[in-house]
Design a protein. Structure first.
Ligand code: CP
Ligand code: NVA
Length: 290
């Protein structure tokens, strides 16, 4: 059966650990030599597109960037037919979609692995880079204390929660009611108070309050989440913590300039790690094991 990576849950504990090992490996060979990887984007991207294109090149393959409207997932033809078509030419089909259901439809029929490059539900490639960054900063992921502050019910929070749980990190998510995961994985705690979440944390993490596709809810979201801005006052409650953000950051909303620019911010290292973990994930989908 073809292995797909739609969410961190698809990987399990062993899969997460294996991809992190592969991501740290200096030489994974050229498992994509002479092969194509389709990169379909229904939403904008800076980090994901560039890290994926470079990871494909590093593994010997050829990335093909495809704007969502060109293939028209579910509009020009069905998501299933797009997957069957792209599988004629490519060894991995990666997609960033508005609706997670489209990835599931593609995975149901595709003879080639489907890789989620962000959906409304999950952002697994981000969570893998987040864990690698925590490992580099602290020397370990197991037992690391991560505080996530803000919209606790978005794609980044969900994938981070699943990844942290598999890796044995302690994750505390601070968010208001209505912005929490329906069911938190083992080892993940959800609280109301941002200060309670960050006390004793090794890492403080946040993401935007208005994710791509939620623009119509902007006014309500900014009002509901105003108390969850990561500023110098909140960081003072976590004196030993590094700061992470998946980016793009909306400075002045979920995070201040001062925190982004502070020496505690590791966001550029985190961004660079997107390429290393993209390489690890692609190699894993091609059957490479460390
Ligand atoms: N973090 C992330 O996925 O960034 P992009 O939206 O720029 O790809
Ligand atoms: N939650 C954000 C992540 C961007 C990388 C969004 O979906 O827009």
């Amino acid at each position: 059966m073809t292995g797909h990576l739609l969410s961190i849950a698809d990987l399990g504990r062993d899969g997460v650990a294996e991809i992190l090992r592969l991501s740290e490996s200096a030489d994974l060979g050229r498992p994509l030599a002479g092969k194509g990887v389709a990169l379909v984007f229904q939403k904008p991207s800076a980090r994901t597109r560039n890290s994926m294109e470079m990871a494909v090149v590093q593994l010997g393959g050829h990335p093909v960037y495809i704007q969502g409207h060109e293939v028209g997932l579910g509009a020009r033809e069905t998501a299933e037919d797009v997957a069957r078509t792209l599988a004629c030419f490519h060894s991995v089909l990666a997609a960033r979609v508005m609706d997670h259901g489209d990835l599931e439809k593609m995975a149901a029929v595709s003879p080639r692995p489907i890789l989620n490059m962000l959906s409304d539900r999950d952002h697994p490639l981000q969570a893998l880079a987040d864990l690698l960054t925590v490992k580099q900063l602290l020397g370990r992921v197991e037992g690391a204390r991560i505080a996530y502050v803000g919209d606790g019910d978005n794609n980044v929070a969900r994938s981070l929660a699943e990844a942290a749980s598999f890796a044995g990190a302690e994750l505390v998510i601070a968010s208001p009611e209505g912005y929490r995961l329906g069911q938190a994985p083992e080892g993940v705690r959800q609280v109301e108070d941002p200060v309670e979440a960050v006390e004793g944390a090794d890492v403080v993490y946040t993401d935007v309050w208005v994710s791509m596709g939620q623009e119509a809810e902007r006014g309500r979201r900014l009002a509901d989440l105003a108390r969850y801005r990561v500023d110098e006052g909140l960081m003072a409650a976590a004196p030993d913590a590094h700061f992470l953000h998946c980016l793009p950051a909306h400075r002045g909303e979920e995070v201040t300039d001062a925190v982004m620019e502070s020496p505690r911010s590791a966001v550029w290292r985190q961004a660079e790690n997107r390429m290393h973990t993209a390489r690890g994930a692609l190699a894993w989908l091609m059957g490479v094991r460390a």
